[in-house]
Design a protein around this ligand. Structure first.
Ligand code: SAM
Length: 209
């Protein structure tokens, strides 16, 4: 199965109306992100969904370009009360509108388990960043063994749901595999965490070397 923007556009209205599923984990993530965001940072967000995180972080940075490959998600983001320094764009990481070497921080939350060729995307993120720039991400690692009963069952159901068009492309990545991809793409990992711990939503702050 392939990663499909139409799947995400179709669910964008429902996604926009849904509350954050684990507000404690979200707030913990935002707290850690803010520790690393320079006030003068030019930020790019990939897979921004309906734009809530970009709008939340916009007052803390110079500017933010928030992108998603699903036009439905970008339409939802643009319908929200905006911020002068936040721009929404329908684009994936390889879009030529995104210039190499101009971003201080590239972020992606709840995205990389949904991307088919993660090393290629991380290589592109490396190129989009200024030297020494930060790559901040959080990814569900469904390749871990101890997911617990509920998420273990959900994992088994994913292929069936994909078959009937009710689930997107998903990679079952481990924490070690995710970190290895980040390091192999030319980054030094400077902080990790799990928000929440189960299923592990692995937070990584990495510096372009
Ligand atoms: C689970 S949602 C997360 C949205 C948002 N980052 C959040 O944390 O709420 C995943 C988002 O990534 C987008 N997406 C999935 N694969 C993508 C890709 N290859 N390039 C860009 N966006 C992608 C989807 O359209 C969707 O909006």
């Amino acid at each position: 199965m392939k990663s499909n923007p139409d799947f995400w556009s179709k669910i964008s209205e429902k996604y926009a109306a849904s509350p954050i599923s684990d507000i404690g984990a979200y707030e913990a993530t935002m707290d850690r992100v803010l520790v690393h965001l320079p006030k003068d940072a030019r930020v790019l967000e990939l897979g921004c969904g309906t734009g809530s995180t970009a709008l939340r972080l916009a007052p803390h940075v110079h500017s933010i370009v928030a992108t998603d490959f699903a036009d439905g998600m970008i339409a939802q983001a643009k319908a929200k009360p905006g911020a002068d320094n936040a721009q929404f764009l329908c684009a994936d990481a390889f879009d030529p509108a995104l210039e190499d070497g101009v971003f201080d921080v590239v972020m992606g939350f709840n995205l990389f388990h949904l991307v088919e060729d993660t090393p290629a995307v991380m290589g592109r993120i490396h190129d989009l960043l200024v030297p020494g720039g930060l790559f901040i991400s959080k990814s569900v690692c469904l390749g871990e063994r101890s997911l617990g009963l509920k998420f273990g069952l959900m994992k088994r159901l994913i292929p069936v749901l994909q078959w009937v068009g009710k689930a997107p492309f998903v990679r079952f990545e481990t924490i070690a595999g995710l970190e290895a991809d980040i390091v192999a793409s030319g980054f030094e990992i400077i902080e990790t965490g799990d928000y929440p711990a189960r299923p592990p939503s692995h937070f990584v702050v990495a510096k372009r070397v």
